[in-house]
Design a protein around this ligand. Structure first.
Ligand code: 4AD
Ligand code: MG
Length: 431
């Protein structure tokens, strides 16, 4: 193999002759000069081929190149202030690996279904690449955030015998002779892990057979679930706002080029700083009623409600103390007002909806057992979970951050489908 340089590192090779393995993104020609837009995944660079300075075979090879043809190119790296990358390549040699015939995704506009059917190729588009780079930066930030704060990464199982977030959207499968479900949330297992390790977080795929087709729902999505022993609801909110602030900060600092490629209005992200406003469910209901929404105390919020509330703030907002009846069985009631629970949803700005759901957990074994019967969950299936309240129960809290909704918000995308390499959506399993 050739000793290759990657485009992302050409700045280390100014005035040197290098080989690059790449694809042709686009091409322009002015008779005696051809301008090749080259990409190798790590970046873009323009290759300049001057007829009078290259062999006939290199000139002809450059002429033959079609969109997405693969090639090796040798050239001298030149500083070029007018180019977005700051560099250009004076081409000496072109070696075609494969000439591509009729690449299906042309520079013209295509519909989303057309592009989704060709998602395996669409990933090569500059915007799609930028989104995946930002997604990776967000993942890196989240891991570093918890690793630096004495949290231990713990992996809960994917195949589970019971539900965590309610039984309506469970993905069913057979586990030999038993019934099993793909995990909706690792939380219950993370609670066990918190009793063993104190502060833990998980980072993995979760599955929900959501029959609704919305801009915010995926069937398979990635969740980050921290769980903290001896931490109450209020303290958990502090961790959440610090985490989000740190994500926004790192993306702004480390992904400025990618944000520009996507066309994100970064002014809207620059304001994001802790503390985030906290409003109670009661206040949220009042605000919505004042705005003319027909919503009553006790009803859950839909996307339009969340958006209307978020519009009042320039940063994410916590809605706290929801009615127990519309939340999961494990949430701890407010001791002063047992009809509401010690929980919060974090609603992102600009209409991106709920990005975090979290709560303090019930620590009393009797109340927990009572909840199982109220929610018609078989107590037998959760004996192990009840054990956590029987043997050294402590106050503890945790939350779940949805990765794709976070990426959608930071990238300013109107649908979560572009935030994950191969989205699993209602009626879409291909490719
Ligand atoms: O609010 P949820 O359902 O909370 C839980 O699962 C808790 N057990 C988490 C915990 O306390 N450990 O989901 C958490 C987050 C949501 O706020 C949302 O960002 C995301 O997961 N989410 C989805 N993202 C994409 N597609 C879906 N279908 C999602 N469902 C939830
Ligand atoms: Mg939720």
């Amino acid at each position: 193999m050739k000793d290759l340089t990657i485009i992302g590192q050409v700045n280390r090779h100014a005035e040197q002759s290098v080989w690059i393995g790449c694809w042709l993104h686009g091409k322009r020609s002015s008779g005696k000069i051809q301008f090749l837009q080259l990409r190798d995944g790590t970046g873009y660079i323009q290759g300049v081929v001057v007829k009078s300075e290259v062999s006939e075979s290199t000139w002809e090879a450059a002429q033959k190149l079609t969109q997405e043809s693969s090639l090796y190119v040798r050239g001298t790296v030149r500083e070029e202030p007018r180019s977005p990358s700051g560099y250009e390549l004076t081409v000496h040699e072109v070696e075609i690996i494969q000439l591509t015939q009729e690449y299906p995704i042309t520079p013209k506009e295509h519909g989303v279904d057309f592009l989704m059917d060709r998602r395996h190729l669409w990933l090569r588009a500059p915007k799609q690449r930028a989104i995946l780079v930002i997604r990776a930066e967000i993942i890196r930030t989240i891991r570093a955030f918890f690793d630096e704060r004495n949290f231990t990464l713990v992996d809960p199982p994917i195949l589970t015998p019971s539900s965590c977030e309610g039984t309506t959207n469970l993905f069913h499968t057979k586990y030999f002779d038993e019934d099993a479900y793909l995990t909706q949330s690792g939380q219950l297992y993370m609670e066990a892990a918190a009793m063993a390790l104190g502060r833990v977080y998980s980072f993995g795929p979760t599955f929900r057979a959501e029959k609704s087709k919305t801009r915010r729902h995926l069937i398979e999505f990635w969740m980050i679930e921290p769980e903290m022993a001896f931490v109450d609801h209020q303290e958990s909110l502090l961790v959440q706002e610090q985490l989000i602030t740190s994500i926004v900060h790192n993306v702004l600092v480390n992904c400025s080029k990618e944000l520009e490629t996507i066309g994100r209005d970064v002014a809207k992200l620059a304001n994001i700083a802790a503390p985030f406003p906290r409003i109670s469910y009661d206040e949220a209901i009042r605000m919505l009623q004042e705005q003319g929404f027909e919503i009553q105390w006790g009803e859950d919020f839909g996307a339009p409600h969340e958006t209307a509330i978020a519009e009042k703030y320039d940063r994410p907002v916590f809605i706290t103390h929801y009615p127990a009846a519309i939340k999961a069985f494990y949430m701890k009631p407010d001791p002063n007002r047992p009809e509401v629970v010690l929980c919060a949803d974090m609603i992102a700005p600009e209409g991106y909806g709920e990005i975090i759901g979290g709560s303090q957990r019930i620590d009393d074994p009797e109340l927990l057992a009572q909840r199982f019967s109220e929610h018609e969950l078989s107590e037998e299936a959760y004996q192990w979970y009840l054990d956590l309240r029987r043997y050294g129960s402590v106050p503890h809290s945790g939350f779940g951050l949805g990765l794709e909704r976070t990426v959608a918000w930071l990238c300013g995308l109107d649908h979560v489908r572009e935030t994950i390499p191969f989205p699993r959506m209602l009626y879409r399993l291909y490719p």
